[in-house]
Design a binder for this molecule. Structure first.
Ligand SMILES: Cc1cc2nc3c(=O)[nH]c(=O)nc-3n(C[C@H](O)[C@H](O)[C@H](O)COP(=O)(O)OP(=O)(O)OC[C@H]3O[C@@H](n4cnc5c(N)ncnc54)[C@H](O)[C@@H]3O)c2cc1C
Length: 456
């Protein structure tokens, strides 16, 4: 990076807030994909005004700028593939306002998702989106990826809670979108355009979030099956009659990775598990749980079931669920993790397809995830040092994507396109759609300086 650009950046953010030392740059070169690209500099801005000046400078010099939250993305979104400047936004982490009467919060993008939820709880307020990374990911990253989590089956995903945004555009102009009201239809919905835009259209500097009342009670059930397709088959049926706040699925491999952390013993023939939760106020939870019990009584295909008796058992169940992803590395040193979605009724076909791919390509492939949304995490385990395995894994991934599209699904439910899914975009999007989206990108970022190399 030219020394005069470094000088100008230093003037904007101050000498302590710009890093060019190699060892510091390294810390901003990777994300959840295990790929690495070094930026040329990292800036730690503290205000919208500083970001606006940085973007105006970047436009003058054609400098690539990559916004970054916690760097926990799973598709390479925050990787500076074209070098340039990383805008590290985790320090802009103030909760600016909590409006209890109108149930909304205004936050800076670096607020950690879990911290907002913890701040809201004593006020009886709730921000539902709960990505498994909530203890470290940022709300800016959540908006940029439209993150979701287990509670999406009842509460929806990030996009359902964003009322408005403040965004710095590529040329430094500051745009506000949306409203602080529950309703609002004036003009095109630019807020939605930025949600899931992965840092390619603008830098999100403020977020207005809709909140709900905090659920004060919940009941958690564990259902065990001796056949995966039975578990998957029950999902669509259950959702026709019930509204659980969570409906998670683990196949037998995922289950075997965390079985010793569960608060109950599994029958030997267990091949799959559903984790079901209902929430609300104590009265409504009692009613929902009793209705669910009646429903489950009518399903002899459930091999065994268990209801958590206390908060400790609920915590154990969730810890086991969240431990699946890291425990996968006991199977192989590397994994390709895809977050495909199919219509819920097609989950059995998707699961059957992954089993077939695993057999055909001789690689462990296992599934778990948000069955209530049809959002299944497919994990292809491999050793990246082994060229044959890499090649087989990539072929399996492509076949998986084709099958997902054939089942009327989508390639990503929550992790976005980033770098890793970019080559597959045309499997899902038509030429017309792609052309329009490229035009939109060009309208917002004619010099292609905002997170270049991502999505398209
Ligand atoms: C263990 C683990 C579990 C996970 N579980 C889930 C899950 O359950 N559900 C889920 O949805 N995801 C999950 N993820 C993925 C990841 O945590 C989410 O995508 C999260 O939203 C990323 O937030 P981040 O702050 O880390 O963003 P980063 O990874 O830093 O950035 C992600 C993208 O957002 C852009 N970006 C970041 N901040 C801004 C901003 N202020 N303005 C514009 N663009 C910005 C970046 O350029 C990049 O394209 C998981 C990841 C891990 C490692």
């Amino acid at each position: 990076m030219d020394s005069h650009i470094i000088e100008a950046l230093t003037k904007i953010v101050g000498p302590d807030r710009l890093e060019v030392a190699a060892e510091e740059l390294q810390c901003y070169s990777y994300d959840g994909t295990a790929q690495e690209y070094l930026p040329e500099a990292v800036a730690f801005p503290t205000s919208t005004e500083q970001i606006s000046r940085i973007m105006a400078l970047a436009t003058r010099h054609g400098l690539p700028v990559v916004p970054r939250g916690a760097g926990s993305g799973m598709t390479g979104g925050s990787l500076p593939v074209a070098g340039g400047l990383v805008l590290a936004l985790a320090g802009m982490n103030r909760i600016l306002e909590i409006d209890q009467d109108n149930q909304l919060a205004i936050v800076e993008p670096g607020v950690i998702t879990g911290n907002l939820r913890e701040t809201l709880a004593p006020l009886g307020l709730y921000y539902p989106p709960d990505p498994a990374s909530l203890k470290f990911c940022t709300l800016g990253g959540n908006v940029a990826e439209c993150a979701g989590g287990p509670s999406a089956v009842k509460y929806g995903v990030t996009r359902d809670y964003v009322l408005g945004l403040e965004v710095v555009l590529a040329d430094g102009r500051i745009l506000t979108t949306g409203t602080q009201t529950r309703k609002g239809v004036v003009g095109y919905d630019l807020t939605r355009l930025f949600i899931g835009s992965e840092g390619t259209l603008g830098i999100i500097t403020k977020i207005i979030l809709r909140l709900t009342g905090l659920p004060t009670a919940r009941r958690t059930f564990l259902l065990l099956f001796d056949d995966m397709s039975r578990a998957a088959g029950l999902v669509a049926h259950m959702l026709r009659e019930h509204t659980p706040s969570t409906l998670e699925y683990l196949d037998h491999t995922a289950l075997s990775l965390v079985a010793d952390q569960l608060p109950c013993r599994l029958p030997e023939t267990t091949r799959a598990m559903l984790l079901v939760e209902v929430d609300g106020d104590p009265q409504s939870v009692a009613l929902q749980a009793s209705r669910l019990d009646d429903f489950l009584d009518q399903h002899p295909e459930i091999l065994a079931r268990f209801q958590a008796e206390n908060a400790e058992q609920v915590t154990d169940l969730w810890q086991a669920r969240r431990a699946v992803s890291p425990a996968a590395f006991n199977l192989r040193p590397d994994k390709i993790s895809e977050d495909v979605v199919v219509p819920r009724s097609k989950i059995p076909q998707l699961v059957a397809c992954t089993e077939e791919l695993s057999r055909r390509y001789g690689l462990p492939i296992f599934t778990f995830g948000h069955a209530g949304d049809g959002n299944i995490h497919v994990n292809i385990m491999l050793d990246r040092e082994d060229g044959g395995e890499v090649e087989r894994a990539n072929r399996a991934k492509k076949e998986l994507f084709r099958e997902v599209i054939a089942l009327h699904g989508t390639l990503s439910g929550e992790h976005g396109v980033g770098l890793t899914k970019a080559p597959f975009l045309d499997l899902e999007l038509s030429e017309t759609s792609l052309a329009l989206q490229r035009q939109l990108k060009n309208l917002f970022d004619p010099l292609n300086i905002l997170n270049p190399g991502k999505i398209f």
